[in-house]
Design a protein around this ligand. Structure first.
Ligand SMILES: [Zn+2]
Ligand SMILES: [Zn+2]
Length: 570
């Protein structure tokens, strides 16, 4: 489908027009067209082929011609010309949170600022203060935004990292010379951010495997190519290191290269205390005799430890637990029976009720809760009473079609600046599951934000608090709340906190989730899907939960439907 391509170009045009300070009606027309085309269920090419483009709301002759041009050539001349007028580097300023097209335009026109770096210098030197409407506070926000932007570029999110790693592992696994292959490093530990990707392959023919690796079609540049390690830069600028290992020391190497550094240090000191030595080749006794090397299990066993799951290897008590045989049995993706936070095209999701439910059923789930936004979240097309009614009817009819699967009627409701919910109680009581979230007023104090969440927990209709600290990668830091207080109230009121599995959120964090568990707070792992493809993000949430030492029983959506509905009751 060309729909995404066309709407991306229209959005780009709107952005450039806005930087230029063009007619707001024209800008709005491009934006609206972009949104409409994105939301079309049919392929835009079908409309073009039937000369029916102008039937689409908001598309006149001019836009219809541009759409035809994009379909035919993949480009739009008008867009290309606009790009010449506004340097790319100015557009790059828009990536800074708190810098919109209007301000970018102001910086460009008045001070000839053409890049993020130039903007940073101007902000520091005080030059920006000469501009109308720019205050000290604006400058502070810009500098903070630049910092966040740079930090974001340094590290990869888990979605990018797993996508790249999975493709490469899959291709190398096909080689006859590869006996075992696995990602290692922070990706294998499912850390929230990953700097580069480490892959380990066991082979008797290292040269052949390394050669195949550096000649993969994804390679943009070969950074290094040695006997045991090769590094490449992929076409998406991701660094991938491949280590080729003799199969007999694969387990030791996997422990070593999975880390974490602190975990490895702790293992080494344990080995020393036992009169042994551990390195990437194995565990050795004083005489240099190899005690274990082939599998991870053997390596840990030789140190009198149970096998420690990669996600727990952070030196936060796992070695002691493994030595006492009291490691938790971590939750697994197969334990998840449903997803309690997903959006449909009723609010800001891309897919219909039916498509989302079918997709969830095909994952083997028993249920999904469709939690479209509530009435006051206008930007996300929140539902008023009439549309709620319509959605409810649709749910009922789709529910009749699906066997052994249930769609729950839910909503993601707004916690307002005082902690109150935007739907009235009679509406709230009609939902199967209510999740409450903060989507505005993040800048309040720790005390106020805590109070808002506490009050939401105290609402007897609210079952889950979604993304409890509001962080959004790479631009929004988590807001500061008093977890001690929130955990206490959540437990007392039987309100669950969400582990949002979306790779840009992952909120609660791993450490906060572990604390929540220790405080006996109910937890749910949800994807916050806005399209059927997002349902697969569950694995990131489960990864985080495993880092938090969570077991099946700690997570609500491992329960069967009846038990779940009973468990969330207030
Ligand atoms: Zn939300
Ligand atoms: Zn949501």
């Amino acid at each position: 489908m060309k729909n995404q391509e066309v709407s991306a170009i229209f959005r780009g045009i709107a952005e450039l027009l806005e930087i230029k300070g063009d007619n707001p009606f024209r800008i709005r027309a491009y934006l609206r067209a972009a949104e409409t085309i994105e939301g079309l269920e049919k392929d835009i090419q079908d409309y073009a082929a039937g000369e029916r483009l102008e039937e689409i709301p908001g598309i006149g002759v001019d836009l219809a011609n541009k759409i035809k041009e994009i379909i035919a050539t993949g480009k739009c001349k008008y867009y290309e010309e606009l790009k010449k007028l506004v340097p790319d580097t100015v557009v790059s300023m828009l990536e800074i949170p708190s810098v919109g097209p209007k301000t970018a335009n102001l910086f460009f026109k008045e001070l000839k600022i053409r890049s993020v770096d130039e903007l940073k210098n101007a902000a520091k030197s005080g030059r920006l203060l000469t501009l109308p409407g720019i205050k000290q506070k604006t400058i502070e926000n810009i500098l903070k935004g630049i910092e966040l932007l740079k930090k974001g570029k340094e590290r990869m999110d888990l979605l990018t990292a797993t996508t790249v790693a999975e493709v490469i592992v899959l291709e190398l696994r096909r080689l006859r010379d590869v006996q075992i292959i696995s990602a290692a490093g922070s990706l294998r530990r499912m850390k929230e951010r990953v700097r580069d990707i480490d892959i380990l392959a066991a082979t008797k023919n290292p040269k052949k495997v390394s050669d195949a690796f550096i000649n993969l079609p994804h390679v943009k540049r070969v950074l290094a190519c040695g006997e045991t390690k090769s590094s490449i830069l992929t076409k998406d600028d991701v660094q991938v290191d491949l280590r080729v290992i003799d199969p007999k020391s694969y387990g030791a190497a996997l422990v070593y290269f999975t880390g974490s550094k602190n975990h490895n240090i702790a293992l080494r000191s344990r080995a020393i205390k036992m009169g042994c030595k551990i390195n990437e080749y194995g565990v050795f006794n004083k005489k240099g005799l190899c005690l274990a090397s082939k599998t991870e299990e053997e390596v840990y066993r030789s140190l009198r430890l149970d096998l420690i799951e990669p996600e727990m290897r952070e030196d936060t008590g796992e070695i002691e637990a493994a030595s006492k045989h009291i490691l938790p049995k971590l939750i697994e993706i197969k334990d998840i029976l449903g997803d309690l936070h997903a959006h449909t095209s009723y609010s800001d999701g891309k897919d219909t009720v039916e498509a989302m439910s079918q997709a969830a059923a095909s994952l083997g789930y028993d249920y999904i809760c469709l939690t479209d936004h509530s009435v006051s979240l206008k930007v996300a097309n929140g539902l008023d009473t009439a549309r709620l009614k319509k959605k409810r009817h649709e749910l009922e009819s789709v529910n009749k079609k699906l066997k052994n699967f249930r769609i729950l009627f839910g909503s993601e409701v707004e916690i307002d600046s005082d902690g109150y919910i935007d739907y009235k109680n009679d509406i709230l009581s009609g939902f199967d599951v209510v999740i409450a979230a903060i989507h505005s007023g993040f800048k309040q104090s720790r005390k106020q934000l805590t109070k808002r969440i506490v009050r939401a927990c105290q609402n007897k209709h609210v079952h889950i608090i979604a993304h409890p600290t509001g962080k959004l990668w790479p631009t929004r830091e988590p807001y500061d709340v008093d977890f001690k207080e929130i955990f206490k109230v959540a437990r007392e009121t039987n309100t669950a906190l969400e582990i949002n599995a979306h790779p840009y959120r992952l909120d609660l964090s791993d450490t906060a989730s572990r604390l929540a568990k220790e405080n006996k707070v109910p937890l749910a792992i949800n994807t916050d899907s806005h399209a059927t493809s997002h349902l697969a993000y569950m694995k990131f949430g489960v990864g985080l939960a495993r880092r938090a030492w969570l077991e099946k029983d700690d997570v609500l959506n491992t329960l069967e439907l009846d038990a779940l509905l009973k468990a969330i009751k207030k």
